[in-house]
Design a protein around this ligand. Structure first.
Ligand code: NDP
Length: 303
């Protein structure tokens, strides 16, 4: 008789962690209300009728209110012009009841995303996509940090404690996930490699990492043979794939079942990074409110 001595990776429960973050956000909202008589406010702007975006916006608004914050939803026609959208952003920039502004992406093709994002006042840019926040993060200054990488960092710190000296590979170099993720890991003194579609011998590059963050958009691309035994694997990917019976399911960028036999810890999809993204948006709104009014910032809710 043979005995299976393989140990499975710890599955990191992002859903439970995100609920704890939302609980902390609610505590901070109550403190801000008591200390300063203020209510942090988040404005979410949606242009058009993209079904996935509508669900995201609804969830964001619901969770904002559940944490005791003020939520302002702006749903605009798909034909909204650039000038009309910029005019709304100007109004929100000047609105003292609004501390965070989020423009749901993607925008319809006739609108210039970079122009729109850079019109948001940097201190209200709770998505952290403004060029000034990207530059501040890259140069080690206080910034608004993009929500998904911030959520990944929180999960990593929670599991591993001090990240200093660890070797990290981020797969993907987008402005919203890969690059800011790499900056955050560098700031925590990891030795960071960014892999992308042109990386040679990607399997070998990834297999040296203590920390792997996959943000690619390719279902189950990262295989067990790529993973150093005991590594911590964070799967950012959200991929919808068809399954028999005419249905579809959401899977990550990591081949979860096989990788879980090798890794020390792994985030599932769904239920890993996804819930952390909205929780970090709420955390960023509290941070923005504290900064705007010179209140003490909750350190555990920022990078
Ligand atoms: P992008 O498409 O902007 O970037 C994907 C990156 O993956 C690119 O840098 C690309 O490289 C790289 N890539 C593509 N193919 C390969 C390959 N074969 N080998 C190595 N690298 C490759 O995606 P995002 O960063 O916006 O998102 C990545 C994933 O994360 C998506 O599945 C998305 O849905 C998900 N996501 C999840 C969020 C969450 O809340 N959980 C939030 C945001 C995104 P190159 O630059 O060379 O083209």
């Amino acid at each position: 008789m043979t005995t299976d001595t393989k140990t499975r990776a710890e599955v990191i429960d992002g859903k439970a962690f995100a609920a704890r973050i939302r609980g902390r956000v609610a505590e901070e909202v109550a403190r801000i209300r008591e200390e300063a008589g203020l209510v942090p406010g988040l404005a979410v702007v949606l242009v058009g009728e993209d079904p996935a975006s509508q669900i995201y916006v609804r969830n964001k608004a619901r969770q904002t209110v559940e944490c005791g914050m003020h939520s302002a939803e702006h749903r605009l026609e798909p034909t909204t012009t650039q000038a009309e959208l910029l005019e709304l952003i100007e109004r929100l920039n000047a609105d003292p009841t609004i501390h965070g502004i989020l423009v749901q992406l993607p925008l319809p093709g006739h609108l210039d995303e970079a122009l729109v994002i850079n019109a948001i006042a940097p201190e209200k840019d709770v998505d952290g996509f403004h060029i000034s926040n990207a530059g501040r993060l890259a140069t080690g200054q206080r910034a608004m940090v993009p929500c998904t990488p911030l959520g990944c960092l929180m999960l990593l710190r929670d599991r591993l404690g001090d990240l200093s000296g660890r070797s990290a590979v981020v797969i993907g170099r987008s402005n919203i996930v890969g690059k800011p993720m790499a900056q955050l890991l560098l700031r925590d003194s990891c030795t960071v490699t960014i892999a992308h579609s042109r990386t040679a011998n990607i399997e070998e590059v990834v297999s040296r990492a203590d920390i792997v963050v996959a943000a690619v958009g390719r279902p189950a691309m990262v295989k067990a043979s790529w993973i150093k035994p005991g590594a911590t694997v964070i799967d950012v990917g959200i991929n919808r794939v068809e399954v028999p019976g005419g249905k579809s399911v959401v899977v990550g960028d990591v081949d979860f079942d096989d990788v879980a036999d090798v890794a020390g810890a792994i985030t599932p999809v769904p239920g890993g990074v996804g819930p952390m993204t909205i929780a970090c948006l709420l955390a960023n709104t509290v941070t923005a409110c504290c900064r705007a009014h010179g209140l003490a910032e909750p350190r555990d809710l920022t990078a």
